[in-house]
Design a protein around this ligand. Structure first.
Ligand SMILES: O=C(CO)COP(=O)(O)O
Length: 251
C-alpha cells in the first residue's frame, strides 16, 4: 500500500533567512518512517533547499516547468535544469497559472510530458471554479482537465501525481468537505483506472485550505492520497501536524 504524500507549495513566498529556519524545522520534525514529504519552492531557492534537505527524507519540488527542452524561451526553466538541482516533483497547471498566465489544458499536458521525459514527477493540478461548481459542471471540468494529460502522456500516466484543487477553496479558508473532495477524487480515480491498469499507484492529492485542523478528516477518505498545501506549508508547526496526520492515516 502506498504512503500518503504531503507536498508544500510555497508559491511566491520565502527569503533565504526564512527558508533556512523553515526547512531546518521541517527536516528536524519529520517522523521516522512517516509519509512522503516534499516542498515545492520558488526556482531561485532550489539550490538552497537542496543543500538544506541533504540526507533527509524531504523531497524537492518546483512550482512550474517549461514545456520546451532549451533555447530562446526567456524566463522559462527546463526540466533538465530542475533535474540538476535534485528536483523530484514539478507542479504543473496550478489554477494560479491557468488563471493569471492563461495556461491551457494542452500546455499543462505538454509541461507534464516534459517533466516525465526527464524523470521528474509532474503534480498535475486541476479543479473547478465556484461558478462551475454552482452550475453543476464540476465533474465535466475536472474530467476534461485530466483527459488532456492522459491523452498526451498515454502509457506513463501512472507516473504522475494528480492534485484536485477546487479554485474556490484555494487561499480562502473555505475547504471542500471530506465528502465533496472524496466524490471528485473517486471520479478522477475511475478515469485513471480506465486509462491504466496501475491507477492505484497514482497519488491523488487534495489542495485548498488544508490545514492542521482539517487534514486528518480529509486524509481519512479512501481516494485522498495526500495534500498539496499552500499557506500552512509556510509554518513548520502546522506543516508538521499535517505530515503527522498523513503518517498516521492508512493510505
Ligand atoms: O493552492 C494551493 C496549493 O497548491 C492551496 O493553497 P492554500 O492551502 O493556501 O489554500
Amino acid at each position: 500500500m502506498k504512503k500518503k504524500l504531503i507536498a508544500g507549495n510555497w508559491k511566491m513566498n520565502g527569503s533565504i533567512e526564512a527558508n533556512d529556519r523553515l526547512v531546518r524545522d521541517v527536516v528536524g520534525g519529520l517522523p521516522e518512517g512517516g509519509c512522503q514529504v516534499a516542498v515545492c519552492v520558488p526556482a531561485p531557492y532550489l539550490a538552497q533547499v537542496q543543500m538544506l534537505r541533504h540526507h533527509s527524507a524531504l523531497e524537492l519540488g518546483a512550482q512550474d516547468v517549461s514545456a520546451h527542452e532549451q533555447g530562446a524561451f526567456t524566463g522559462e526553466v527546463s526540466a533538465l535544469m530542475l533535474k540538476e538541482f535534485g528536483v523530484r516533483y514539478a507542479i504543473v497547471g496550478h489554477s494560479e497559472r491557468r488563471q493569471y498566465h492563461g495556461e491551457s489544458d494542452t500546455l499543462v499536458a505538454e509541461k507534464a510530458r516534459a517533466a516525465l521525459a526527464h524523470g521528474i514527477t509532474p503534480i498535475v493540478c486541476l479543479g473547478e471554479t465556484l461558478q462551475e461548481r454552482e452550475a453543476g459542471r464540476t465533474e465535466e471540468v475536472v474530467k476534461r482537465q485530466l483527459a488532456a494529460v492522459i491523452h498526451l502522456n498515454g502509457h506513463c500516466i501512472s507516473e504522475i501525481v494528480v492534485a484536485y484543487e477546487p479554485v474556490w477553496a484555494i487561499g480562502t479558508g473555505r475547504t471542500a468537505t471530506p465528502e465533496q473532495a472524496q466524490q471528485v477524487h473517486a471520479v478522477l480515480r475511475a478515469q485513471l483506472h480506465a486509462a491504466t491498469p496501475h491507477s492505484e499507484r497514482v497519488h491523488i492529492l487534495y489542495g485548498g485550505s488544508m490545514n492542521a485542523a482539517n487534514a486528518a478528516s480529509l486524509l481519512a477518505q479512501p481516494d485522498i492520497d495526500g495534500g498539496l498545501i499552500g499557506g500552512a506549508s509556510l509554518k513548520s508547526a502546522d506543516f508538521l501536524q499535517i505530515i503527522s496526520a498523513a503518517s498516521a492515516a492508512r493510505a
